[in-house]
Design a protein around this ligand. Structure first.
Ligand SMILES: C[S@@+](CC[C@H](N)C(=O)[O-])C[C@H]1O[C@@H](n2cnc3c(N)ncnc32)[C@H](O)[C@@H]1O
Length: 339
């Protein structure tokens, strides 16, 4: 995982000179070993990521000080390299969170896949920089460079929280840029919530996003012992905010799939991930379906919503010996398997 250089990484290797002149804060996911290559050419860069899987990989590959969270640690940094995230709103958020760490005149680089929105770099930097230059373009990736023209305003996380009501549940959902269902409830998650009835005991909201499923279940069944996990720090923070806003209490923590989860549950409830980066990616969900039975108490159930076309029933049957379809629309199906 993350070993071979990505096209963005390859383009960056042609730009070691400007990148390695100062200690960089790399923000985002390079998905390759470029941080190490940069460290061989100049001061070792610091890496801040909102992705728990990449954070763990960095820790295991000689970056014990890699940071994971919804905002970087407060200190001064000499320059910033932002790897363009999928959502433009997330790029705006990350710039707002990182740029106050830079002094005026410091260099800012933005790199990314041309298909991933990196061309928005000049617009993203316009509030902070008077001039933005394109430094390189190769392998369908681009690198932009600018200098911070004036001190960036102090980062106020609360300014980035979006709220929307779940009227049926009487909940207020808090979300952050780039988090799934950031502006409204997903119709698959709605179907899941309308289908799931009587839960009890210890429950896992797998891939919690803004916490919509977990918070709704807890509101209906206040006695649940609920845990919410996600790989994304902004999703985890959004879930914490959603719970706090609705005066609900649950355990929220980072986990890559079930890797950081311990013990067994009465129910695992999920609208599982179906995208990773720009590629459609089912690996996480396939692993969940394969491992879920080991994390369920006898009589416990896995309940999930999935796009109707996905071949999950076979995989569920292979691991549980059966798969019930509890509800179906043209687009989604709700599956349940009991241990
Ligand atoms: C389809 S969204 C569902 C979000 C939320 N439960 C809802 O219904 O709105 C899937 C979530 O899984 C998370 N995710 C992706 N890969 C993951 C992994 N390996 N481990 C844990 N969560 C993951 C994503 O960050 C995302 O928040």
């Amino acid at each position: 995982m993350f070993e071979a250089l990505t096209p963005v990484g390859e383009m960056l290797t042609r730009n070691f000179d400007p990148l390695c002149r100062q200690k960089l804060l790399i923000c985002g996911q390079l998905e390759d070993s470029l941080p190490r290559m940069l460290a061989e050419q100049g001061p070792a860069p610091a890496v801040f990521t909102t992705d728990f899987r990449y954070f763990q990989w960095l820790q295991q590959h000689g970056y014990p000080e890699a940071e994971f969270g919804h905002r970087p640690r407060q200190r001064l940094v000499e320059a910033l390299l932002l790897l363009m995230p999928k959502a433009k709103a997330e790029a705006e958020y990350l710039l707002a969170a990182c740029l106050p760490l830079l002094a005026p005149g410091a260099r800012i680089f933005i790199a990314g896949d041309n298909k991933g929105g990196v061309k928005a770099a000049p617009k993203l930097l316009a509030p902070y920089c008077d001039q933005v230059n394109k430094l390189d373009s190769a392998r369908r990736a681009s690198l932009y460079q600018a200098e911070l023209s004036r001190p960036a305003p102090a980062f106020q996380p609360a300014d980035w929280v979006r709220r929307y009501p779940l009227t049926e549940e009487g909940l207020q959902i808090c979300s952050l840029p780039g988090v799934f269902s950031a502006e409204h409830l997903d119709s698959g998650s709605r179907l899941l919530l309308d289908t799931v009835t009587s839960l009890h005991g210890r429950v896992l909201d797998f891939g919690c996003g803004a916490g919509v499923i977990g918070a709704s279940l807890l509101k209906r069944h206040p006695g649940l012992e609920l845990e919410l996990i996600d790989i994304n720090a902004l999703a985890l923070e959004a879930s914490r905010l959603t719970l706090a806003e609705n005066r609900l209490h649950a355990k929220v923590y980072a986990s890559d799939g079930l890797a950081q989860v311990t013990g067994k549950f009465n129910h695992i409830v999920t609208n599982p991930p179906f995208h990773a980066g720009l590629k459609t990616f089912y690996h996480t969900t396939e692993t969940l379906l394969t491992q879920a039975a080991d994390y369920l108490r006898p009589g416990g159930s896995l309940i999930l919503v999935a796009n109707a076309f996905l071949p999950y029933p076979e995989l569920i049957e292979r691991n549980f010996g059966h798969c019930e379809t509890l509800a179906a629309t043209g687009k989604f199906k709700i599956y349940r398997a009991t241990r």
